[in-house]
Design a protein around this ligand. Structure first.
Ligand SMILES: [Zn+2]
Ligand SMILES: [Zn+2]
Length: 712
């Protein structure tokens, strides 16, 4: 080793020594952090963390100032008594193995059940506002808010798993505007949970500040949480949206038991009205195109500048609906400029422009009707695709087919669309389901839900024969006028397979080469090049990607910097709960966090507690095992053979040997416990641990074990 190398090593050691206190501090901080609450003090798995519990149990004695000697004797007495009650389990596995299994399981369950929890998320993106340096809680606390800034706070909709739960607050001094209140569908990681809504504690603490609630459009990821959240607001707060959007919200609210009186105000975007919602802020709705009627973006004028919230949008050269109000957008850009643009990110990963229009989809649906002229045509699409439904009605009418709608949301949406005049219906085309089945097959067209393969939706019920009016037959043609949402693919496959088994013809979007008919769907969100064009058009000073998972936000930010040349410090990839300050000198910066989160609901709209989700996951993996012991109150003897219940674990009839072993153990255990007469809680805990060990030894699993002891 030469001198140079030695020098280098010495330098390294020195710098490490200098950094050591810091590293140690960081390590201690990390130790303090409660990564897995189940293992923490008071957590349900606290016991699993080594043998500490015994010590802790003795602690209260100390606080009671018991003499040391006495405490020691009590401790050793309890120990010897426990020793006396010990039963030889005759197992081959060590207890440590079981504890390890339990710990791993608990970690898995926690990881699965807490994906929705938003604390201080990891965000080392170079667009995080701090050059990629992670912001700590301490740093956040030390940040001084700028009282003159406009604050933009995403409560939901950015960087989560799955797009949804969109909700944003714009705040200035004591005035707040809320934009959208969406749901997020939970997915299979959350057994028994249907959807999640944003936790709006921050708003609940600031109710008096809320001056207006605005909705961009009526998709559920923007209005789905209304029935839970709107009733919390004052009935005087104005609720703005277009006619169709307000109609959909009212419909949703009408399903509540107590329908609250709310202050709904329908807006006509083409009037370009500046609605002064508070002393310092106004909103203007701008008509934009998406895959639902009454879609809008929102311009918020604040003392610090003009903010453009894109909502959801797509660009079409040849739209069915009225074209996006580009004239108005251009006017605002020219006269005022856009100081901050919030832009959705859904399809940022789709290259190019939209290759076709909604008209092409309509034509192709007509082609299907021509091609399969003798049979029924059943078209499945999203129930909010009102323009497409309008096209289906037209194509069907031209071919002498009648149309019936099936599916709760489908019928609801069409009703609202009719009332809001968002759909044109050719005369004598719509008939009721019960009437259409009486017509000859070649005159039948059915529009239904279930394009995502949902188990209980119409299409699957038609396959299984559970549908009241329709059973799929070999002459039917089923069109999937949609794409599977990521995660739903296996369900869609399942539905398609079921249809094919019945001999039906299935035509799916994206599989044009099979039938030569397509495209049959048009996504509602702009593609990459559409974003490039549109953001160029708006020329915003600051840019905030939203409505997307983290990678989408990141890719959107990259586009803004690399393609459009927006400086990096004017782009922010943020997380739910971040407070983004838009300052007087028109800069954006992250300055603190509010507490945000999710509330879970089941399909009966009832809240589901996180602990319940964890139990469900645990049970789904390992099962549950209940033992019922009946002891004689006086003698402590077992009065009868213990009852054993196993659910989602082992099938008892096939497990006689194991059950015999457990019964033998329980007899020994209760006999040995008579002389020491332990507290019920202690005995239960010991039995639980032993049984878990026996079960783990026999099966490699640790179900939830519940001992029940009755004394009679
Ligand atoms: Zn949408
Ligand atoms: Zn959306």
């Amino acid at each position: 080793m030469n001198i140079k190398e030695e020098e280098r090593r010495a330098r390294l050691l020195k710098s490490r020594a200098e950094r050591l206190p810091d590293i140690k501090k960081q390590f201690e901080e990390a130790q303090k952090r409660n990564f897995n609450s189940n293992f923490g003090p008071g957590g349900k798995d606290e016991k699993l963390v080594a043998a500490k519990p015994a010590k802790k149990a003795a602690k209260p004695a100390k606080s009671a100032k018991a003499p040391k000697a006495q405490k020691e004797t009590a401790k050793s007495k309890a120990k010897t008594e426990a020793e006396q009650r010990k039963v030889n389990l005759s197992v081959n596995t060590k207890k440590g193995e079981m504890v390890h299994h339990q710990r791993m399981l608990s970690q898995d369950v926690n990881a699965q059940a807490t994906q929705h929890i938003i604390g201080v998320p990891v965000n080392k993106s170079r667009y995080n506002g701090y050059g990629g340096e992670q912001i700590t809680n301490a740093k956040l606390k030390s940040m001084r808010p700028d009282p003159d800034s406009v604050r933009i706070i995403p409560i939901g909709g950015v960087g989560e798993f799955g797009i949804g739960k969109n909700m944003t607050i714009i705040e200035y001094k004591s005035e707040m505007i809320v934009v959208d209140m969406g749901v997020l569908f939970a997915g299979e990681d959350y057994p028994g949970v249907n959807y999640m809504i944003p936790d709006i504690k921050y708003l609940e603490d600031n109710m008096a500040k809320v001056k207006a609630i605005c909705f961009t459009h009526a998709h559920l990821d923007h209005i789905g949480a209304c029935r839970h959240l709107l009733p919390k607001f004052s009935q005087f707060v104005p609720i703005y949206g277009t006619d169709f959007t307000i109609g959909m919200i009212k419909k949703q609210m009408s399903e509540l038991e107590d329908v609250p009186e709310m202050n709904y105000i329908a807006v006509e975007p083409l009037k370009h009205e500046k609605i002064q919602v508070s002393e310092h802020m106004s909103v203007e709705f701008i008509h934009t195109l998406h895959s639902i009627p009454g879609n809008a973006s929102i311009v918020v004028r604040t003392p610090n500048g003009t903010i453009y919230l894109s909502g959801d949008w797509r660009h079409e050269e040849n739209p069915i609906e009225r074209q996006t109000d580009y004239e108005r957008i251009d006017e605002i850009v020219k006269n005022e400029g856009i100081d901050l643009m919030l832009n959705e990110s859904t399809n940022i990963d789709s290259p190019g422009h939209h290759p076709h229009s909604e008209f092409d989809v309509g034509d192709n649906l007509g082609k299907v009707m021509d091609h399969y002229v003798n049979g029924r045509v059943i078209i499945s699409c999203f129930s909010s695709q009102i323009a497409r439904i309008g096209l289906i009605l037209k194509e069907a009418h031209e071919r002498g087919r009648k149309v019936a709608f099936s599916g709760f949301s489908m019928i609801n949406n069409v009703e609202v669309a009719l009332r809001a005049k968002a759909i044109k219906v050719p005369k004598d085309t719509i008939v009721k389901m019960e009437d259409i089945v009486k017509l000859p097959d070649e005159q039948v067209c059915i529009v239904c839900t279930g394009s995502q393969g949902e188990m209980n939706a119409v299409l699957n019920r038609m396959v299984t024969g559970a549908h009241k009016y329709i059973k799929i037959k070999a002459t039917d043609t089923i069109v999937f006028s949609s794409n599977p949402i990521p995660g739903n693919e296996p369900h869609v496959v399942n539905t398609v397979d079921g249809l094919l088994r019945e001999g039906a013809q299935v035509i799916q979007n994206g599989k044009t080469h099979l039938t030569n008919i397509g495209p049959l769907h048009l996504s509602g969100h702009a593609y990459y090049e559409d974003h490039v064009d549109f953001v160029t058009r708006l020329h915003p000073t600051n840019y905030l990607p939203y409505h997307g998972e983290f990678y989408m936000l990141e890719h959107n930010a990259e586009m803004a910097e690399n393609v459009l040349g927006i400086p990096r410090e004017r782009i922010l990839v943020s997380d739910d709960g971040d407070i983004i300050e838009f300052t007087k000198d028109k800069k954006i910066r992250k300055a603190g966090r509010i507490s945000v989160g999710n509330k879970l609901y089941d399909d009966a709209d009832q809240p589901v507690h996180e602990a319940v989700v964890k139990d469900r996951i645990h049970i789904s993996r390992e099962g549950i095992f209940v033992i019922v012991l009946t002891l004689n109150k006086k003698t402590g003897h077992l009065m009868k053979t213990p009852d054993i219940v196993s659910r989602a674990f082992i099938y008892l009839d096939n497990s006689e040997e194991l059950i015999g072993k457990i019964r033998h153990y329980l007899r020994q255990k209760t006999d040995k416990s008579i002389s020491t007469d332990p507290e019920m809680k202690v005995l239960k805990e010991e039995i639980k641990e032993d049984i878990t060990h026996i079960l783990f030894d026999a099966t490699g699993h640790t179900p939830i074990v519940i001992p029940v002891i009755n004394k009679v």
